[in-house]
Design a protein around this ligand. Sequence first.
Ligand SMILES: Cc1cc2nc3c(=O)[nH]c(=O)nc-3n(C[C@H](O)[C@H](O)[C@H](O)COP(=O)(O)O)c2cc1C
Length: 134
Amino acid sequence: MSSTSGENTKLAKHESGGDGSIPYPHLLLLLRLSPDLDLPNCIIMGPMTRGRSRPNSMATVLMAEYYAQHTSASLIVSKGTFTSVVTQGWYRAPEIFLEEQSRSWKVVTDRVCEAGGRIACQLWHCRQVFHLSF
Ligand SMILES: Cc1cc2nc3c(=O)[nH]c(=O)nc-3n(C[C@H](O)[C@H](O)[C@H](O)COP(=O)(O)O)c2cc1C
């Protein structure tokens, strides 16, 4: 992923440690992801599925706290999330096709926004690779 120059050359605010030097300064540049979406830096948290959903595949308060703790990344990509029963294929991974599941995710997104972050949902489809035990 690269950052553009010109209007996007503003350095993101950060705290430097040690001698004050910044090892990878380009990572702290503003990133224009799309015409409507500027990110304050180029550090994006990759998706990490941790099996933390309740048995009914809802998003949880633990997930909300976990993501809120990582809002120094300019964008968080969520754990794999299933869009229907037939796409499910990972133990305790969340879903987002029932009304109650969407509401449980709203708690997560509200918490992340309160903490000043941004989060995108990683949609998963495991149909061809899932194990019967899931
Ligand atoms: C615990 C854990 C869970 C992960 N879950 C996902 C996932 O749900 N979806 C995905 O695309 N990548 C997942 N990954 C991969 C990471 O997002 C990331 O791409 C990878 O760790 C990058 O480093 P690598 O390419 O050197 O492995 C996971 C990685 C870890 C360590």
